[in-house]
Design a protein around this ligand. Structure first.
Ligand code: UDP
Ligand code: MG
Length: 349
């Protein structure tokens, strides 16, 4: 597709095991896009689903030609799936939206109208009401955004997730950033391009269960902090200094007790000091390890994801309806097209 053929709008939808939600999502999305009165593509990124998601998406293409399917060969995480979508989207504007209908597709048109009317590069979907989220989700998300606003700046909205519109210029800049594990909800505000907001009440997941278990939430949080701040390393230094001061005081105390002849009692304090210093050292080592690990994987420059097929790719158009992923030698050759950008598994949202 040449630049002249590029659609006005690409809607990027990462999906991981969303078989229950796809029919409901399509039912809401299609009427919205059909009233657009301009060209669009719905770029679904199947993040290595192991349920009927790939079959449903390929089947959908028969009745909705604007649907494009990119399948990743393995589950690479929400942010990596977003990266795959952003790197492949061809629209003049690109909207990213979750598949579970927590973000209302009807707001896409409002975002587009606002961006065009005010010549904006970014329009954030901002949640005005998170009451449908679980208590745990609200607490972890609150904590996450408090920390991240300190690390990445006040431009990070505590209520904006990954439902947003980006202009072509913004997507092109994002594609050039060397981030190894991008966290878009921080990276996009950091860019500081002209932006606006569209507000909405966060709805409940329409079907299925969250694809963000605690492990993915922790990983997103770690990626977010290490991407934007070296403060944890400074925290390690402060902890070390505090421990040193504490140990110095205890050393004076124990020498004084020795000189006064009280040497036998003290097992408990000794035990506590050993435990405490050991704990602090381990925490500091762990923090250091997080950064070293990220430097290591950034240096390796391994792709964030591997594309099994892209229905817009002429070679991928003949992809079988039922993907035979692990044993497809021809698809392996196309893996070289996998973006070198950033992976990322994910977290508190
Ligand atoms: N997702 C994905 N890969 C993953 C996890 C999630 O592509 O490894 C997609 C998922 O299908 C959904 C979006 O990311 O479209 C957000 O996930 P979810 O709604 O489960 O997260 P939550 O809203 O519970 O934080
Ligand atoms: Mg959700």
């Amino acid at each position: 597709m040449s630049a002249a053929d590029s659609p006005l709008l690409s809607v990027v939808v990462p999906m991981y095991n969303e078989e229950e939600v796809i029919p409901l999502f399509i039912e809401r999305l299609r009427p919205v896009l059909d009233t657009l009165g301009d060209s669009y593509e719905v770029l679904t990124v199947d993040d290595g689903s192991v349920d009927a998601t790939p079959q449903l998406l390929l089947g959908l293409r028969r009745v909705w030609p604007q649907v494009r399917v990119i399948r990743l060969r393995r589950n690479s995480g929400h942010q990596a799936a977003l990266t795959a979508g952003l790197h492949s989207a061809r629209g003049a504007y690109v909207v990213s939206i979750d598949a579970d209908l927590q973000d209302p597709p009807e707001k896409i048109l409002e975002m587009l109208t606002l961006a065009r009317a005010r010549n904006l590069d970014i329009v954030y979907g901002v949640r005005t009401d998170r009451s449908t989220d679980t208590f745990f989700k609200r607490i972890t998300a609150g904590l996450y955004y408090t920390v991240m606003r300190r690390c990445a700046g006040r431009a990070v909205s505590p209520n904006a997730g990954d439902f947003r519109l980006l202009s072509r210029a913004t997507v092109d800049v994002l594609k050039t950033l060397p981030e190894h594990q991008p966290v878009y909800r921080l990276l996009v505000p950091w860019m500081g391009f002209p932006s606006g907001e569209v507000t909405y009440a966060r709805e409940q997941r329409a079907a299925g269960r969250t694809k963000y278990p605690l492990s993915k939430m922790i990983r997103l949080a770690l990626d977010s902090v290490t991407n934007f701040s070296a403060s944890p390393l400074r925290l390690a230094t402060w902890l070390g200094m505090l421990t040193f001061a504490g140990c110095l005081a205890l050393a004076c105390f124990s020498v004084a007790r020795h000189l006064l002849g009280f040497t036998v009692p003290g097992w408990t304090s000794l035990f506590l000091v050993v435990l405490f210093t050991g704990g602090v050292q381990l925490v500091c080592l762990g923090l250091l390890g997080e950064y070293v690990g990220r430097i290591h994987s950034a240096l390796q420059r391994r792709p964030a994801y591997f594309i099994a097929y892209d229905t817009a790719d002429p070679a991928g158009a003949s992809t079988p309806t039922v993907p035979r992923l692990p044993t497809q030698p021809d698809a392996a050759a196309r893996n070289s097209t996998a973006a070198m950008a950033a992976p990322a598994k994910d977290g508190p949202r």
